[in-house]
Design a protein around this ligand. Structure first.
Ligand SMILES: *[C@@H]1O[C@H](CO)[C@@H](O)[C@H](O)[C@H]1NC(C)=O
Ligand SMILES: *[C@@H]1O[C@H](CO)[C@@H](O)[C@H](O)[C@H]1NC(C)=O
Ligand SMILES: *[C@@H]1O[C@H](CO)[C@@H](O)[C@H](O)[C@H]1NC(C)=O
Ligand SMILES: *[C@@H]1O[C@H](CO)[C@@H](O)[C@H](O)[C@H]1NC(C)=O
Ligand SMILES: *[C@@H]1O[C@H](CO)[C@@H](O)[C@H](O)[C@H]1NC(C)=O
Length: 542
């Protein structure tokens, strides 16, 4: 099926047929309604779009359902769902109000469509976006990734929540040998729901493009590696892919530590840190797991493990054997200064480079120490912290993209960009330059997606308009490419986006201009990735 849908000729033919059909009578567009398998979804109109928020796609994952595969949602109570407010975010360490409050009943999604009175009669292309947050935090209700601009440009937009951190990947000994990354299974079920129901919203299930940023980009890649035959029409991985980690601890190590901390905090459990079972831990409250150190940075210990079912340790081999959708149009790319923000995130740890590179958070154990020490020169950075951040940006993002590009671009229609937009208000910390995450609201077209940013300028909105224009055109026809030449392994065309002074241009450069350290230091070592690290035995595991 995937093969037929991906044949451009057939897609064009189908579209042309649909366009020629007479239009249906428009519904009352002030209260848009859509009938899905579970019942009637009642949305609302905002800013010339129809919006449907907080649609559950799975049953709750709380209590006895914790650490189990998500279950498809049954019928809505009374066959109706009022979809006018975001649903809860998944359980995580939480501060601030950029996303809705947490719950383990969090598997819900949001849909934006063109306002139904201006609904075209053709079925519309669909863009599905997976937010990032290091596999431990984040939510679909964040203002930076909403679908208003897409819907106004005749693309249906969907985003959704997935389980994170200990609630997603406990890496418990009893799960060894099974599919044990529940966040990845959540993505799988969300995509199935979207495929099964998007036509009710006016979408075309043969024209679904999947994208994500950071750990959302990892999820996109995990989805590709688990779907050699896919219904997708295209994919985009902003910043990250399956080689982006993050690191994880050996089975049981991190979970046992958290159980001990729960007991130390006087949480009532019928088990100890030595003899716990997941069933015993299912009796504990959501917040009981959010111990003092879990709230600091411990929660990064719970990243998806290589279970060889949902995540794999041998991507090159799988690619060669065809366990991957090689004909799928794919965009990958990075921000120019990916790592800069991580110099701040891990500030206390990375003031000493030679000790930083051996920490769990750096996740650099797969590269020999001497190679790393030789590859970074303090003279090139404002501070040791900034240099440590650069190593994080290389290992997790820039070189992960570069390394898999060499594999994929040889056979797959692949394009690569590099983001140079430099706006101090685009990230929570000023003066980070074009760092990790600053491109996301621009891909989304700004406007409503800029609403949490202070002092947005006209120039910024103009760049967002430009970015969104080419991106939407690509979503509508991925096989035609995004407007620049396809990538090639090792050294080939690369598009520079958001270059100051050239905001309304795509400037062509080459991957070879940027990737010498990736090629020299990282690429030969990704074969050994991931190195499972015991955080309890490493320096500075705070
Ligand atoms: C909504 O559409 C109207 C008519 O086309 C237009 O004048 C208005 O600016 C649009 N509003 C937004 C928020 O796009
Ligand atoms: C950890 O953070 C959560 C919010 O996510 C809060 O409710 C809880 O009290 C915190 N726990 C500790 C021990 O600080
Ligand atoms: C746990 O209970 C013990 C014994 O009642 C008490 O001494 C200790 O302070 C409690 N710890 C916490 C974190 O509440
Ligand atoms: C940095 O860490 C290394 C390894 O832990 C240690 O040997 C060295 O003395 C530290 N350097 C400074 C300047 O603190
Ligand atoms: C970003 O812009 C600031 C000025 O606003 C400048 O000081 C800084 O060097 C720029 N950073 C990069 C990486 O271009």
């Amino acid at each position: 099926m995937g093969f037929f849908f991906h044949s451009l000729g057939l897609v064009t033919t189908i579209t042309a047929l649909v366009v020629a059909m007479p239009c249906e009578e428009a519904e009352d567009f002030h209260s848009p309604r859509v009938r899905v398998e579970q019942g009637l979804v009642e949305g609302f109109v905002q800013s010339n779009t129809s919006v449907f928020l907080g649609i559950p796609f799975a049953e709750t994952t709380a209590d006895e359902h914790r650490w189990k595969a998500p279950k498809p949602i049954r019928k809505f109570p009374n066959g109706r769902l009022e979809a006018t407010a975001y649903g809860p975010s998944c359980a995580q360490v939480m501060s601030g109000t950029s996303i809705t409050s947490q719950s383990e009943d969090c598997l819900n999604l949001n849909v934006w469509t063109p306002r139904q009175d201006k609904h075209q009669c053709a079925k519309l292309p669909v863009f599905v976006f997976i937010y990032g947050g290091a596999m431990v935090t984040g939510g679909s209700s964040n203002a930076q990734w909403q679908g208003f601009n897409f819907a106004r440009n005749d693309v249906i937009y969907v985003n959704f929540n997935y389980r994170e951190s200990i609630y997603a990947s406990p890496n418990a000994p009893e799960l060894q040998g099974k599919a044990q990354n529940f966040g990845i299974l959540d993505v799988e079920l969300a995509m199935k729901w979207i495929y099964d129901n998007i036509e009710a919203f006016g979408g075309d299930r043969s024209r679904i493009v999947l994208g994500g940023h950071s750990s959302g980009g990892v999820h996109v890649d995990d989805y590709l590696w688990t779907h050699p035959e896919t219904f997708l029409a295209g994919a985009i991985e902003l910043s990250a892919n399956a080689l982006s980690g993050p690191a994880y601890a050996p089975a049981g190590v991190a979970l046992s530590e958290v159980v001990q901390q729960m007991l130390d905090a006087n949480v009532t459990l019928d088990c100890t840190a030595e003899d716990y079972t997941l069933d015993c831990l299912r009796a504990a409250d959501t917040y009981a797991f959010q111990t003092k150190s879990f709230n600091s940075s411990l929660n990064t210990w719970f990243a998806p493990a290589m279970d060889e079912i949902t995540r794999f340790s041998n991507y090159a081999d799988r690619f060669i054997k065809g366990h991957y959708p090689k004909s799928l149009p794919l965009i990958v790319g990075n921000s120019d200064q990916e790592g800069e923000i991580f110099g701040y995130v891990y500030n206390s740890e990375n003031t000493n480079f030679s000790s930083w590179i051996r920490t769990f958070d750096a996740d650099l154990a797969f590269v020999p120490t001497d190679d790393l020490l030789a590859a970074y020169d303090e003279a090139n950075y404002a501070s040791v912290s900034s240099m440590s951040g650069a190593s994080y940006g290389d290992a997790r993002f820039l070189c992960a993209t570069d390394s898999l590009l060499d594999l994929r671009a040889a056979e797959q229609p692949t394009w690569i960009y590099r983001w140079f937009g430099n706006y101090s208000n685009a990230l929570a910390i000023p003066n980070l330059g074009p760092s990790h995450g600053s491109e996301v609201p621009f891909f989304h077209g700004g406007n409503e997606c800029f609403s949490l940013l202070d002092g947005v300028t006209e120039d910024e909105q103009q760049l967002a308009d430009f970015m969104h224009r080419w991106f939407v055109a690509w979503v509508k026809n991925p096989r035609a490419g995004p407007g620049w030449e396809p990538a090639r392994p090792v050294n080939g065309p690369l598009a520079c986006l958001g270059v100051p002074g050239h905001e309304d241009e795509i400037i062509t450069s080459a991957t070879g201009v940027y990737n010498s350290r990736c090629q020299r230091v990282y690429k030969p070592n990704y074969l050994k990735y991931p190195v499972v690290q015991n955080p309890l035995l490493l320096p500075q595991n705070t």
